[in-house]
Design a protein around this ligand. Structure first.
Ligand SMILES: C[S@@+](CC[C@H](N)C(=O)[O-])C[C@H]1O[C@@H](n2cnc3c(N)ncnc32)[C@H](O)[C@@H]1O
Length: 381
């Protein structure tokens, strides 16, 4: 892997930073307030929050150890106001348990890949430059894009390309991949780009951007289980919010945004069956939407940050505890047991059921790294 350039601030401009801070600030007003930045990346949003709100502490999660290392160096001047944890974001509840935090006041999720991941040629996220077919956000674990391409049967490949890439030529591309790998296993992004280019009719290649764009998006989503994890993570993030706590999510493609929209709308909607004359307390909404639909970047933001092009920002505030019947399946541990990708640092602890949302305002003690090697948390700050 090429050495990362150690200028995190220059490499990734945080999208809609001011708006994120504005939306989160009312929930982070109390001394000792804690924000979880579930997608720390290079720490741009976290740095913005730590500067704007000098009493706030941030727990930053990322599944990419390289991002954690870079962000850790960038945020070192903030001392124990920041702690970084290597984790997949649907593990948020377990991470906070390890840190002794029963609830937090804000959660920020800035989805997708970072500029660091796109720029690091060897990681294989980009169709623009030749590299090994990897695409793992956490290069220490899990199958690579090459594994997917060389082992999935043709029908599975069609499903991946169509469902995650919305690629209308999925069957043609899948057939070409299977034919190519019969000669020898695919190893490089350049090989894949050529296969896709040749599989797509010339007339279609002339429109819709780079012909391999949708295939690369599909593979990245599959390799990292992105949508499955996100589907668990948004309810888990809401679940760790204290009453009055706020969640802000930035999505960059429609599949992600749909998951976010549904999860927030579910909490902002009564669960009373249609036609019921009265709504019981249990059925009342527990979220208040803070954005009307999804917010997009304005011209000024787009001019300074091309990454903001496709952003869809949604936010909500917890208004009351989540009724027991509406909490995530295993609220102490968002992922169904056994369904998570393997994590570093041991198998993790059994779920502990807690009711963070019963806590009116979180008053957590100092944020500290996990004390036991059995736990996955580790500070890089
Ligand atoms: C768009 S970047 C975040 C950039 C960050 N807001 C900043 O300003 O520097 C997204 C980050 O989230 C991380 N990420 C994506 N999916 C994740 C997941 N399921 N769990 C933990 N981290 C994830 C990626 O590794 C990447 O570093």
């Amino acid at each position: 892997m090429t050495e990362p350039v150690d200028d995190a601030a220059a490499r990734h401009v945080p999208v809609l930073l001011d708006r994120c801070v504005e939306l989160l600030a009312p929930a982070l007003a109390a001394p000792g307030a804690v924000l979880v930045d579930a997608t720390l990346g290079m720490g741009g949003h976290t740095e913005g929050v730590l500067r704007a709100l000098p009493h706030v502490r941030v727990v930053g999660l990322d599944r990419d150890p390289q991002a954690l290392a870079l962000a850790g160096r960038r945020l070192a001047p903030f001392g124990d106001r920041f702690v970084g944890v290597h984790a997949v974001y649907d593990e948020m509840r377990a991470v906070l348990d390890d840190l002794g935090l029963p609830a937090v006041d804000g959660v920020l999720m800035d989805l997708g890949v970072s500029s660091l991941q796109l720029d690091e040629v060897d990681r294989g996220f980009s169709y623009a430059r030749d590299a090994p077919l990897d695409m793992r956000m956490d290069p220490t674990t899990g199958p690579t894009a090459a594994d997917v391409l060389n082992t999935y049967d043709e029908r599975e490949l069609v499903r991946v390309l169509r469902d995650w890439g919305e690629e209308r030529f999925a069957p043609r591309i899948a057939r070409s991949v299977v034919a190519a790998r019969a000669r020898r296993p695919l190893e490089r992004t350049e090989e894949l780009v050529e296969i896709v280019r040749a599989a797509i009719p010339a007339a279609a290649r002339a429109t819709g951007g780079h012909p391999a764009k949708r295939t690369f998006q599909a593979l990245r989503i599959e390799v990292n289980g992105e949508l499955e994890v996100l589907g668990r993570a948004v309810p888990a993030a809401v679940d760790v919010l204290a009453v009055g706590g706020r969640i802000v999510v930035e999505a960059y493609q429609s599949l992600e945004d749909r998951i976010v929209k549904r999860a927030l709308a579910a909490g902002a909607t009564s669960s009373a069956p249609p036609g019921m004359p009265v709504e019981t307390a249990d059925d009342a909404p527990y979220l208040r939407l803070l954005t009307r639909g999804a917010e997009e970047a304005d011209e000024a933001e787009l001019a300074r940050n091309p990454r903001a092009q496709s952003v869809r920002l949604r936010a909500a505030e917890r208004t009351r505890p989540t009724p027991a019947h509406r909490r995530p399946a295993a609220a102490g541990d968002a992922a169904p047991r056994g369904s998570r990708p393997a994590r570093r640092g041991g198998p993790g602890r059994p779920a502990r059921l807690r009711s963070p949302a019963d806590t009116p305002t979180s008053t957590p003690g100092p944020v500290r790294p996990a004390p036991s090697p059995q736990q996955r948390s580790r500070s890089v700050a």
